[in-house]
Design a protein around this ligand. Structure first.
Ligand code: ADP
Length: 449
């Protein structure tokens, strides 16, 4: 069976009350024991003093002649010699101690209540005076001691439950006050859905524990909101990009169906349709590459020699550059090593070189460099002397589907987004700046540590 569920407020209050009850009980028992032992010690001291006084008196008194002798005085005592009472004080007779005494037969202390209801403590001592051996019983009135202890016990028994009750009420109230921001946060958090991610939890006091928790939750909400926003934009852009070639395909098909076509026109229509299919295929491939680059295959990677990674890419791309009569140069000062995933880095570098070839006019120059910075940071650069990218656009070119010149461009606007994700997955950073010739300089830099 599951334990009954209790709220934090109830649990806090119960713990608080239990700890307080335990502490108060300890203090009460201690206080009672202390008062009792100090009062009893005073009484015993008094009785010992009385025994000394009785010993002095017995030593000074001649031996009793009768069956028992009477000694004046306030001390309540009786002295037995063997089985008969040798002496007793007048006070002993007055208080009629002999009757009903619970005097300990072993001669130790005992307690006794007189007929008038007064409490007495008794102490028995053996005294040897000359040839006489007495067994002296001393009685001391302990009514005041008993009354004091009883009153103390009553006070403690009243104070203890009252204090605990007050503590429970106070604790419950205080716990409720302390936890009230939590209830407010919980009900606010319950209201937040995917459509209202811009809302935030209230933070009554940012410096306390609950405030810090709310702040952390709010920053998580902010990240979620940004991710949702990116996802929304991405979905909208993707739909837009897919719709254009699909619309073209449809209209080319419809036009072709509406009129009888000769072989030439049919070939043209099919050619146009294949062009759009190519565009669609490219787009889907880019989307797949982007999904792969962003799916978090971030690994510690392998130890790579950047020159060996770049050379085969350039060999493959050189054909494209030659078609445009461009010069594609590779520069490397020495072996440069970096950690990363070879396949993703290859993808990033291919996209950068492909862009340089596509956007640099015929006869242009493209340089690919691999070098180590002064502090040893490995760097790979792709520089061209093409038209460059205006400064205002440079900050946005890594966004998905962002294109600087849209008209006539066969691009998808995803190449640089893929390159950046791939570089970051290998622990690097991709930057863009204007080259000395006014073209573009893309730099992959490995972040230290
Ligand atoms: P696309 O598929 O359109 O090339 P990218 O993400 O690769 O998409 O590039 C985004 C935009 O950045 C391109 O539309 C282009 O305008 C610009 N761009 C990228 N590389 C270069 C370059 N080397 N020179 C000039 N413009 C560039």
């Amino acid at each position: 069976m599951n334990p009954p569920s209790t709220s934090i407020r109830q649990r806090l209050t119960l713990w608080y009350a239990a700890v307080l009850l335990f502490l108060l009980a300890c203090v009460s028992v201690g206080a009672y024991a202390f008062v009792r032992s100090s009062l009893e010690r005073t009484l015993i001291t008094q009785m010992n003093r009385d025994i000394d006084t009785v010993a002095t008196v017995l030593a000074a008194e001649p031996a009793s002649e009768g069956p028992e002798g009477h000694l004046p005085g306030n001390i309540i005592f009786r002295a037995m010699e063997g089985a008969h009472v040798a002496y007793h004080s007048s006070a002993w007779c007055g208080h009629q101690h002999a009757q009903g005494s619970s005097e300990d037969a072993t001669g130790l202390e005992g307690a006794w209540h007189s007929i008038r209801g007064e409490a007495y403590r008794m102490k028995v001592a053996s005294l040897s005076i000359g040839a006489h051996h007495y067994r002296v019983t001393i009685a001391e009135n302990s009514t005041a001691l008993e009354d004091t202890l009883r009153a103390l016990l009553q006070v403690l028994l009243i104070i203890l439950p009252c204090t605990v009750l007050l503590a429970i009420l106070g604790g419950y109230f205080l716990a409720g006050r302390a936890l009230s921001p939590l209830s407010a946060m919980a009900s606010k958090a319950q209201e937040i859905t995917a459509d209202s991610l811009s809302e935030r939890l209230p933070i009554p006091n940012p410096s306390d524990e609950l405030g810090r928790m709310a702040a952390v939750f709010n920053s998580t909400l902010a990240r979620l909101e940004a991710s949702f926003e990116r996802l929304r934009t991405f979905t909208a852009n993707t739909s837009h990009e897919l719709r254009t070639p699909l619309t073209v395909l449809r209209s080319v098909g419809e036009v072709a169906l509406q009129q009888p076509l000769d072989a030439e026109s049919a070939r043209d229509a099919i050619g146009s349709m294949l062009e759009e299919v190519d565009r669609l295929t490219r787009l889907v491939e880019c989307l797949l590459a982007l999904a792969r680059a962003e799916s978090g295959f971030r690994s510690t990677g392998e130890d790579l020699e950047l020159g060996a990674l770049v050379s085969p890419i350039l060999d493959m791309m050189r054909v494209l550059a030659e078609e445009k009569h461009q010069e594609l140069v590779f520069e490397q000062t020495g072996p440069v090593r970096a950690r990363g995933d070879a396949a993703t880095l290859r993808q990033a570098l291919t996209n950068l070189v492909d862009n340089a070839i596509r956007y640099t006019p015929e006869g242009g120059h493209i340089q690919v460099r691999v070098l180590a910075q002064v502090d040893g940071t490995p760097v790979a650069e792709v520089e061209d002397d093409g038209p460059g990218i205006p400064e205002a656009d440079r900050a946005r070119i890594f966004e998905r589907f962002y294109r600087v010149q849209d008209e006539g461009s066969q691009g998808t606007g995803l190449g640089l987004a893929i390159a950046r994700s791939a570089v970051e997955a290998s622990g690097g950073r991709l930057e863009c700046e204007a080259s000395a010739s006014g073209g573009c300089l893309f730099r992959i830099r490995w972040v230290k540590g």
